[in-house]
Design a protein around this ligand. Structure first.
Ligand code: SF4
Length: 357
């Protein structure tokens, strides 16, 4: 790592390891096929990279399978109704990604395909520095430097960078760039990701199995597991709110679609109050509301949420201020926090009994 010659040797060692140990992933063209000229499908790589933002491979696989079965190419996704895509995304979190996914699919379908360079990719909705580099490298074999959390960890250890994240981000990206090869840059990017995910893991790096052990300064110094250093995060605040579950006599619950912008934008959910330190009750209609004991807890990126849940049964002719009763209600189409509210209600069996009438 200390000079270009070692960087070249380290890159070669990593690629040889990747040739025998690459993870088999549904969106990936493995190194043997790649060597025969098979190019990954940009639609599948793009979809996987968007899904993988903030989400694990294990969690993404089932969603990826459902999406590609239902919408096998970007043209199919571009013509899908918004509500169906949002419902299929439910549970994956970070819902702005799903809205951007649709916007991006429509631009790409309109242009007749994905751009083949990083700058063109970066101009698309929802595609930032990381994703544009990843697609350009993986699909088009461009020598772009792809830096996610896994790669930051590997680079911090290889170069024994003790300065803490997030302040060290730029330095780590610059060091990563010194490694990016001209030859097989797409496989190299995926090899770094795989190494970070399977060998150079956060708590217990498996240095004995690592193809880079002979080049790694943190391993030499015996400090691998302590890197990357991180600046302690400020504790998350707690916000509170009310969620209202109204059930009509035929079993249809009252749901609303959240505004397109903001948290859970475009997703379906229960009517409710604002989420603040001291929320005011905001029932969506006049009814005999009963507040359930306990709260529903959920943690978002920047805050914890505690929801008090109120329930009511209402008559057939009831007209809500907003939202609509949904006779085809599917709990699986709810984002996770809204699903927790439904489960909170359902576990109390408040609306048990046959539907109908
Ligand atoms: Fe990570 Fe250990 Fe490999 Fe260094 S030798 S890159 S710390 S797994």
């Amino acid at each position: 790592m200390r000079d270009g010659v070692n960087a070249q040797r380290a890159t070669d060692a990593l690629l040889r390891w990747y040739d025998r140990a690459a993870r088999v992933l549904p969106w990936r063209v493995g190194p043997a096929e790649r060597a025969q000229g098979v190019r990954p499908d940009p639609y599948r790589v793009w979809l996987s990279e968007v899904m993988l933002q903030q989400t694990t491979v294990a969690a993404v696989k089932a969603y990826f399978h459902r999406f590609t079965t239902r919408w096998p190419d970007v043209q199919a996704l571009a013509t899908a109704p918004d509500a169906e895509v949002m419902a299929e995304w439910a549970g994956l979190g970070y819902y702005a990604r799903a809205r951007n996914l649709l916007a991006c699919a429509r631009v790409v379908a309109g242009n007749g395909g994905f751009p083949t360079d990083r700058a063109g990719l970066r101009a698309l909705p929802g595609i930032g520095a990381y994703t544009s580099a990843a697609i350009a490298a993986i699909v088009w074999d461009r020598p772009e430097t792809v830096v996610d959390g896994n790669v930051e960890r590997v680079v911090a250890r290889l170069f024994a960078v003790t300065a803490p994240l997030p302040g060290a981000k730029r330095h780590l990206a610059a060091l990563a760039e010194t490694l990016t090869p001209q030859h097989r840059p797409g496989d190299f990017a995926q090899a770094m990701m795989d190494l970070g995910a399977t060998v150079c893991t956060p708590r217990n790096p498996r240095c004995a199995e690592c193809p880079l052990a002979g080049f790694c300064r943190a391993h030499d110094a015996g400090i691998a597991a302590s890197l990357p250093a991180k600046t302690p995060k400020a504790p998350k605040p707690t916000r509170r709110g009310y969620a209202y579950v109204a059930l009509r006599a035929d079993g249809a619950p009252l749901l609303e679609t959240r505004p397109p912008r903001g948290l859970l934008g475009g997703m379906r959910g229960w009517p409710g109050s604002d989420w603040t330190e001291e929320p005011a009750p905001a029932p969506p209609l006049a009814a005999d509301w009963r507040h359930l004991p306990g709260v529903v807890r959920h943690t978002f990126t920047h805050f914890h949420l505690e929801l008090t849940v109120a329930v009511a049964q209402v008559g057939h002719g009831t007209a809500p201020h907003s939202g609509a009763f949904d006779p085809d209600f599917d709990p699986d189409a709810l984002p996770t926090v809204m699903r927790k509210v439904w489960d909170h209600v359902a576990t109390r069996d408040l609306f048990a009994g046959p539907k109908g009438g």
